[in-house]
Design a binder for this molecule. Structure first.
Ligand code: URA
Length: 260
């Protein structure tokens, strides 16, 4: 793992400001593996040592990665005067500085959002160069039609002339839900694609990014902390059918759990 300055780690991972951190270091309130450390410039590997501040253990890792199951009506922003944001959903002690949603999910969509303070990772995940696949479970107003798969595979053109990259879709056994995989993120893309095919998306839930599928027992509005290795899985390109199979093993509990 990369190293990070001790004072930077403390400022990222505790509610204290940089100047408070300096003072705490001077007062001897910070320990590394049980030994008091007063030098904030010391480079440490947060995965290899235990850091405590005011008697509290800091979670491991140089960065924070929280997997949130975003509920309806909440926006992917760090602050907003009118609407509840994904950051507002966290308990105060988890709203650490620099935390932001890596990517967008519309207010009227639910599901997987990564909250992190790791700008490099977010850049890799969002860059159009990388085409990180994102999987959406959707509920359709009208039954699924077989022609959809070929239309998406060819690269659909939306009503305003926008061309989409080839994408995948397959129905769930009830024919009113489907799993869609996109390799890009245009505005309201899934909804506009299904509209271009003459259908309508009633509900949309992001269920996987790359190889990382959201745990079925994570309820709407809940989050869990994941480690760097899991985050790396979000950058991988799984086979569509591998993710489909994994979702299918649990899909009825999944649909109930997320009100889809
Ligand atoms: N496509 C949509 O239409 N909405 C989202 O939130 C994500 C993908």
């Amino acid at each position: 793992m990369p190293t990070i300055r001790l004072d930077k780690l403390l400022a990222n991972r505790t509610p204290h400001s940089r100047s408070e951190v300096k003072q705490l270091l001077r007062q001897g309130a910070v320990q590394i593996d049980g030994v008091t450390e007063r030098d904030g410039s010391r480079q440490i590997d947060p995965d290899a040592v235990q850091v405590t501040c005011c008697g509290k253990l800091l979670p491991g890792g140089a960065h924070i990665y929280l997997l949130l199951n975003k509920p309806l009506g909440v926006i992917c922003a760090t602050e907003d005067r009118r609407q509840q944001t994904v950051i507002d959903l966290l308990p105060p002690e988890r709203r650490t500085k620099g935390l932001f949603p890596a990517g967008r999910l519309d207010a009227d969509s639910t599901g997987m959002v990564l909250l992190t303070d790791d700008g490099d990772l977010a850049h890799r995940m969002l860059s159009p160069k990388h085409h990180v696949p994102k999987f959406y479970l959707i509920r359709l107003a009208r039954p699924y039609e077989e022609r959809y798969a070929a239309a998406l595979a060819d690269g659909l053109t939306l009503s305003d002339g926008t061309h989409c990259l080839p994408a995948e879709i397959a129905p769930l056994p009830d024919n009113s839900h489907a799993l869609v995989c996109l390799h890009e993120g245009k505005y309201h893309q899934v909804r506009r694609m299904m509209a271009a095919l003459g259908n309508h998306v009633e509900n949309l839930h992001r269920t996987a990014i790359g190889e990382l599928v959201m745990p079925v027992n994570l309820g709407l509005g809940e989050y869990l902390e994941i480690i760097h290795k899991d985050v790396e899985n979000m950058l991988k390109e799984p086979q569509f059918w591998a993710v489909y199979e994994r979702i299918m093993t649990n899909y009825s509990s999944y649909l109930i759990n997320v009100s889809l």
